[in-house]
Design a protein around this ligand. Structure first.
Ligand code: AMP
Length: 399
């Protein structure tokens, strides 16, 4: 059974074709620079055959058509007939309060996704256009939406209501939603499997540290709090996003610098975080390299990033009344041993005992604490596409 997974962004489409019974990726790739010139497609199939070519791709329809064409290519494709695709799973960033689970997409569901788009104007419209193009190019094929926010819909009110007039929640749905849910859910479940325990008996803190970063408290398999908020701007320090800050800074800077709402939004989302503090780069590798060459602002950016994660781990240990396991995932969490070591440095009193040799691991599943450690720490590469493919199979089979 073949399932196509699509992640349609503003100017890119990531895709993977799964043989879902065997949970194997038959082919995967990326369409880039849609509508901005020099568009390209990168592709690799399970036999290691690769294609990298530039194409004229002006919109999502052209991009998804190119994905279909390459999947059907007699040389490198993995399909003989487009009908071999059983269903399509789509990543959808914001499901608002409407979607607590992955959902079969009907016209009514599509309308509801459009309704919540004002909460994620930079993301949802592109996810929606991916769904609409598939309806046109693959008529009658079932499609499933898998929402970044869904896993966090289990949070209690006390974790998701902001302390501003309650009317704004009622009127505009201003509340914490949280993101990266598919990733947090996947790595929490994998940690339970690696521990040989039922997730219902575990308290887990999952740290998704990439260019976007968030952390979640998972109690008995359910998200009970998470660091991102109504939008992905709140919480941890990120590549270019500030994360938490005193809200009074916003009107203060708007006045001082004569900024409009779009300009301040841009500063907080695109010019802050590691980039803003270091003045050099949003990429944690560049920042740490500069820090090791003696650059003070780069060292400060690295320290503030780590310190914020450490603070959240501590606060989520209080939320959960202890923790059994902490998981690191995302580009930084999976690969950067020194960042993990710095976050957990000298936390023996709280029950962490890092195994520094094991912590050298990059990009593979590994327990990185010693046998003495009361709290286990794992590195677990995330796999959101697999969750999307699994959910798509389950939902289409049960429809
Ligand atoms: P993501 O958004 O999950 O792709 O993560 C991007 C971040 O991961 C960037 O800040 C990179 O510096 C970091 N990253 C990716 N690969 C590595 C690596 N091999 N070692 C250290 N950091 C890495």
């Amino acid at each position: 059974m073949k399932i196509l997974v699509l992640n349609s962004g503003s100017s890119s489409i990531k895709f993977q074709l799964f043989n879902i019974e065997e949970e194997k990726v038959l082919a995967k790739g990326l369409v880039e620079r849609i509508g901005i010139g020099d568009s390209a497609i990168e592709y690799e199939n399970i036999e290691g055959k690769e294609v990298n070519k530039t194409l004229d791709i002006s919109n999502h329809r052209d991009g998804i058509q190119d994905v279909m064409d390459i999947l059907l290519d007699p040389e490198v494709g993995m399909l003989e007939d487009i009908d071999e695709i059983y269903a399509v799973g789509h990543r959808v960033v914001h499901g608002g309060e409407q979607f607590a689970h992955s959902t079969l997409i009907t016209d009514e569901v599509l309308d509801k996704i459009e309704d919540v788009s004002s909460l994620a104007p930079l993301h949802n419209p592109h996810n929606i256009s991916g769904i609409k193009v598939c309806k046109e190019l693959l008529p009658g094929k079932p499609q499933v939406g898998v929402f970044d926010t869904a896993f966090h819909q289990s949070m209690p009110e006390k974790a998701y209501i902001y302390a501003i007039p309650y009317e704004y929640y009622k009127e505009y749905e201003v509340r914490r939603y949280g993101f990266h849910g598919t990733s947090h859910q996947y790595v929490a479940n994998r940690a339970a499997e690696l521990m040989g325990k039922d997730i219902k008996d575990l308290k887990i803190i999952t740290c998704h540290l990439g260019n976007g970063a968030s952390i979640t408290a998972v109690d008995k398999g359910k998200s009970v709090d998470t660091s991102m908020g109504m939008t992905p701007l709140e919480g941890l320090v990120m590549g270019t996003r500030s994360g938490d800050l005193d809200p009074a800074i916003i009107p203060f800077l708007m006045e001082k610098e004569d900024l409009d709402t779009e300009e301040i939004d841009n500063i907080l989302n695109k010019e802050s975080g590691l980039l803003g503090i270091s003045g050099l780069s949003n990429d944690s590798r560049d920042v740490r390299q500069a820090a090791s060459n003696g650059n003070h602002r780069a060292a400060l950016a690295d320290q503030i990033f780590n310190y914020r994660v450490r603070k959240y781990i501590g606060s989520y240990m209080a939320v959960l009344n202890g923790v059994d396991a902490v998981v690191f995932t995302g580009g930084i969490g999976e690969n950067a041993g020194p960042v993990r070591a710095n976050i957990l440095k000298d936390l023996n009193n709280l029950g962490f005992d890092l195994d520094h040799k094991a912590n050298k691991v990059r990009g593979e599943e590994k327990e990185i604490t010693t046998d003495k450690s009361k709290i286990k720490v794992f590195v677990i590469p995330t796999n959101e596409e697999l969750v999307i493919a699994r959910d798509t199979k389950r939902i289409v089979e049960n429809k």
